[in-house]
Structures are given as C-alpha cells and as structure tokens.
Design a protein around this ligand. Structure first.
Ligand code: CP3
Length: 374
C-alpha cells in the first residue's frame, strides 16, 4: 500500500514536493511490447473485464518506468457499455456506438450505474492494484460533454457537428443527456475511490472544440456537478482536455485541484490563466517523443523551467502516449524529470532559457525553488 503522502499527491495539492512527479496519460498501451504481448488481439473492453489482466497491464508501466502514479487500465466508455449501450472500440479509430443518441426516447437507455453490479471487474481491479502498488492509483471517468459527443456523433468526430447542433436546437434534451452522463461519472468515480483509488482524473478530451460561451453553458455545469460530488472523498481531482487553452480558467473553476494542460500553452502562460489556486499537469507534446530522447528531454527541461519556482506541477504529456513511441524515450524522460525536478536540483533550462533577472531560471526561479524546500 502506498503512503498518504507522495510527490504526486503533494504536487496535486500544490504542496512543496521533494521532486516533480511524472506519469504519462496512456502509459499502459500499445507502445509497450509487454502490453502488446499480454493483450493479444481481442477487444480492449474484454481485457478491461478481466481483473487479473487489467491489474497486470496497469502495473507494467509502473514497473518499467518508475512513474509516480498508476492509472487504472480501463476506458471512458466502460460505464455506458456496462449499462447496455452498444459500443465497440475500433482499433485506430476509437469508440463507435451501435445506435446513436437521437432523441428523448434514447434517454431511457441511460439508466443509473450500479458499480458493484454493473462494473464489479473495475472494482476488483482497483482493489487488487492498491494492494500491489506503492504509488497512488488514479481512477478516471469521461466528462459528460466528451461522452455525449461519442453518443451523439456515433463515434469519433472532428467537427462535433451533430453534438453542437443538438446543444443549440434542443438545449433541454442536451441538458438531460449530460445530466445522466454526470450521474454515471459520479457513480463510477465514487466507486473507484471507495475501492481505493487515491486520485481521479476527469477526461473532457474534446472540450476544446467548444467556444468559452458554449463550454460554460453546455459542458461546465455537468462537469462541475461531477467534480463537486467527489469533494467529500478528499482525493485530488485532475481535470483535463485537449485544445483547452482558452478554457483553462474554466477547467479549474469547474472544481478541479489540478488543471491538465495540453502542449499548446506554455506552463507559465497556463499559470497566469488559472491563477494560484490550482496545480498544473502537463505538458510535453507527445509527438516530440517520436523524435527521440534528445528533443524530448530538451523539451522536458524547458517545461520544468516554466513551472519552476512554485509547487504544484505534475509532469505529464499534453495528451496520451502515441502508439509508435519508443519506451526508452519515456524511461529517459522519467529519469530527467526525477533528477532535474528535485527541489534542490541545479537549474538547466537549456539554450533557449530566458536570462533576464525577473524571469530567468538563475535568479528568480531557482531561488524560489530553494525557499520552498527549506
Ligand atoms: O494508460 C492509461 O492512460 C489508462 C488507460 C486508458 C485507456 N483509455 C486505455 C485504452 C485511459 C485513461 C483511456 C481514456 C480514454 N479513452 C480517453 C480519454 C483520454 C484521451 O486520450 O483523451 C478517450 C478519448 C478514450 C476513447 C478511446 N479508447 C480512444 C480514442 C481509443 C484509441 C483507439 C485507437 O486504437 O487509436 C481507445 C482505445 C484504448 N483505450 C487503447 C487503450 C490502451 C488502445 C487500444 C488497445 O490497446 O486496444
């Protein structure tokens, strides 16, 4: 069992941590040869329904990389699949829904989730993991908007045209839809935490497709309900989306402890946008890992420098590990972040680091870093 404090939990709580913690979204997955060997060819949803297999897959990246947190091997569509919505995860594409959500009658297909009956395998996996792990376990769910987008579009989408049309033509039906999906996320996340998960991440992966106004009106209220329904459990809540640079303050205000940042916004800019109340998670462009360890570690140093000087940075990629990623590059990133993200580490921000006294790593950031660890 893990300790109540860890670099990851400290950073999530914006407390000074002994070093910058690191984990990777999609750290368990196709980039790992041991994952491909174990998974074989079957459906990922079937793999998730096998606790022994799901436990082992969750542990693989923790063992290989020495990351500071594990993330449950599951998927954001598991709760809807468990209540009977026909969904298949098509390799190379993503979740595909058998019958799209089209009208009020489809609300009846979204009954409440009873985790002990509907997803016992998830809880069994969580319980097995907390026995095995000596780092925190992150439970997760899809945010109502992102899950709704799959249900309404029938699958992955670039434009979210049907989804946006529904919001604006029938706001009441949209509200009822995301309300049901919020209930599913609440039930799923609460059950994962009660089974032993020590942090949660709400994935609103596609929220960046929305204007601020539409996000505030059509997505934020349901996500806020999810995040606030976890408040009494006292676990850090990470809230993440891709392309959400213009929404970062709202992503925080929805009730997060940690705001996920993709690679498009530098962390110091993200900090200015969200203010001091939140930890930040991110934000290395996952594609740079494909360029090799040199470019990836150079970027990592830049990111460490941008976040340095105050507590509350969880190092991660700006989105999930891409399937073609060389695991050795991720291993190298873990080593670099662990070494150079120590609270007493000398600062090496690389050749492009700013040098002026107010913002430079030498004067400002390193000095503040030492104060924090004192
Ligand atoms: O390691 C981890 O991060 C934990 C496991 C995890 C998976 N899915 C396993 C998975 C997590 C956290 C998810 C969340 C998820 N699933 C999201 C939110 C995160 C994000 O990427 O924005 C989304 C949008 C999904 C839906 C989904 N599931 C997609 C788009 C895909 C990819 C399809 C493909 O083949 O490219 C999946 C499948 C999936 N989920 C895989 C894994 C490891 C890969 C397929 C496989 O191994 O069979």
């Amino acid at each position: 069992m893990h300790a109540a404090r860890s670099p990851f939990l400290d950073a999530c709580r914006s407390r000074p941590a002994e070093r910058v913690p690191i984990w990777f979204m999609r750290q368990a997955g196709r980039s790992l040869p041991e994952y491909r060997a174990l998974r074989g060819g079957g459906s990922i949803l079937d793999a998730i329904r096998r606790p022994e297999l799901a436990t082992e897959i969750t542990l693989q990246p923790v063992r290989r990389y020495g990351v500071d947190a594990a993330i449950l091997f599951s998927d954001i569509v598991v709760p809807v699949a468990a209540i009977g919505v026909g969904v298949e995860i098509v390799p190379g594409r993503g979740p595909v829904i058998a019958d799209r959500f089209e009208g009020p009658a489809d609300l009846d297909r979204l009954r409440p989730l009873e985790p002990e009956q509907d997803t016992p395998y998830v809880l069994e996996t969580v319980r097995a993991l907390v026995e095995e792990l000596d780092v925190p376990l992150i439970g997760f769910a899809g945010a109502p908007f992102t899950i709704a987008s799959y249900l309404v579009e029938g699958g992955p989408s670039r434009e979210f045209a049907r989804t946006k049309a529904l919001m604006h033509t029938d706001p009441a039906l949209w509200a009822a839809l995301v309300d049901r999906l919020a209930d599913l996320a609440i039930a799923s996340l609460r059950s994962q935490v009660l089974a032993g998960a020590t942090a949660v991440q709400l994935f609103d992966s596609w929220a960046g497709a929305l204007t601020r106004r539409d996000y505030e009106r059509f997505a934020l209220p349901a996500s806020r309900r999810v995040l606030s329904a976890l408040a009494d459990l006292d676990v850090p809540r990470i809230h993440f989306g891709v392309g959400t640079g213009e929404l970062l303050d709202l992503i925080g205000a929805a009730g997060a402890d940690v705001v996920g940042v993709d690679w498009r916004v530098p962390l110091d800019t993200a900090r200015a946008r969200v203010g001091p109340a939140y930890a930040l998670q991110g934000n290395l462009d996952p594609a740079i890992c494909l360029a090799g360890a040199g470019p990836a570690t150079e970027e990592a140093r830049r990111i460490l420098a941008e976040a340095r000087g105050r507590p509350g940075h969880v190092f991660n990629l700006g989105h999930g590990v891409l399937p073609g990623t060389d695991p050795d590059v991720l291993a190298r990133l873990v080593d670099v972040v662990h070494e150079e993200g120590r609270s007493d580490a000398p600062v090496d921000a690389g050749p492009d680091a700013p040098v002026d006294a107010a913002h430079g790593p030498a004067a400002g950031a390193a000095g503040r870093g030492r104060e924090l660890s004192a």
